[in-house]
Ligand binder design. Sequence first.
Ligand SMILES: [Zn+2]
Length: 274
Amino acid sequence: MKITPLLMGSLAARLPPRVRRSFDSSRPPEILEPEPWSEALPIYAFLVEHPEGLIVVDTGQSPDVNQPDYFRGDSVSEQFLRQNFRFDIAPEQEIGAQLEALGVRPRDVRWVVLTHLHTDHADGIGAFPHAEILVSRREFEAQVRRPRGANVRRWPSWFSPRLVEYYPPGVGPFSESYPLTKHEDVQMVPLEGHSTGHAGLIVWDGPQAILFAGDATENQADLLAGRIPGIARSATEARASLERIREFARGTPTIYLPTHDPAGPARLAAREII
Ligand SMILES: [Zn+2]
């Protein structure tokens, strides 16, 4: 199965420890001691050419983020994004433009799977008015009720994703999943913690599994070291998700592809398992 990584640009963040803690509770984030900016991290989306249809996993950030009023709303979420993230997204990195450059028309994409609704994963959805967009019900409802990192004000008016609820038997340590294809070789699984309803997508390619892990960890090294992401709505759930990924990878040859791992595409090209 052909899988193509799409480099959507990069982001840098400054996340003081206090913010990390406050993001772990229901309190709004506080910026008390600004940290230096992190190095720029890539933002990846992926195109999966499945026999049942084209699948896009996450959509990156919109190049419109360079407009000065992009995060000018007064919600806690937009204030947080405005103060703590810097994006570098070229116009030609917009996901629709990148697909066209590959000879793929965005309207021919059948499914868009969003691991979660944070702005750097979901703000490219404008390219896909004709696709079926999937997001976990828990994620969607939490972000609509109280946006945290989602740029709800910027969602297209037509955005009405299929709200995914998982069901048994699941796969490996995941007791529930959501099979997307008739073949059941593409499955969404819950990887909650980084955001309330964060999801992963498992694509089976023969005996190998490719796990699109969103922000379950920042990179593979963090997975191996047991480090949850700096932002976690629930550290407990993030840790449980990380353990489930490790257990899954012990039983199945797994290629691990988080969104912000600079080494992900090379592992994919080399079919390098965890
Ligand atoms: Zn995120």
